[in-house]
Ligand binder design. Structure first.
Ligand code: SF4
Length: 201
């Protein structure tokens, strides 16, 4: 398969999902916000990080977020790490609504692929994303599992390997390793002690 055919397939998948209309009465932009904050790690749960991720202006991002707070989908909470900063988190209503996310048809399609194909495809798509982000001078987003700053402790605690972010100097929980981060710096994927869990409610 040539590179044009691959690009067309990626584009077509995105077009089909975004063409599903206003599922659950939410616009594409509102779905994008809910999806982002369901995956963002604690360092990336801000309107400006979402604006960078979605290549939109801070003003537009803040307006969409404000509307979703008013409608009961999002909450503002004080950050535990830094009391001065505020994080945006999903409410129970939002977690429930995300079960009807138009992107779920893609999730089901990905689940049907053999495990080794899923891993290869994820790596290939991440590389494509990194390349496009670099070309367009956009910030890289990615997860700890393939980030330069991830460090696995040589010792284990209660039989569990521990992880740390060398950039923020914070310990990371296993379930955080698969969350999207604005500080991500691409590196080789790390072999984990066990698969990280995807956040859901
Ligand atoms: S290891 Fe990388 S992706 Fe993970 S929190 Fe640190 S900077 Fe973000």
């Amino acid at each position: 398969m040539n590179s044009h055919a691959i690009a067309e397939l990626v584009f077509q998948l995105g077009r089909i999902v975004s063409g599903k209309g206003h599922a659950d009465g939410l616009t594409d932009a509102q779905w994008a916000v809910l999806r982002y904050f369901s995956q963002a790690n604690r360092f990336s749960q801000t309107p400006s990080a979402f604006a960078a991720f979605h290549s939109t202006t801070r003003g537009t991002a803040s307006q969409t977020i404000k509307n979703l707070i008013k409608q009961g989908y999002l909450n503002r909470v004080r950050s535990v790490d830094d009391k001065r900063s505020v994080r945006i988190v999903l409410t129970d209503k939002a977690w429930g609504t995300l079960k009807n996310d138009p992107i779920e048809s893609l999730v089901r399609a990905a689940k049907c692929l053999p495990k080794n194909v899923q891993a290869d495809l994820a790596n290939a798509l991440q590389q494509m994303l990194d390349h496009v982000a670099q070309e367009s001078d956009k910030p890289h987003f990615g997860t700890c599992t393939s980030c330069h700053y991830l460090e696995r402790d040589s010792c284990t605690h209660a039989g569990q390997s521990t992880y740390e972010c060398r950039l923020t100097k914070q310990a990371l929980l296993l379930e955080e390793l698969n969350e999207v981060c604005i500080n991500f710096l691409p590196s080789k994927p790390l072999l984990l002690a066990k698969d990280p869990v995807t956040r859901s409610k």
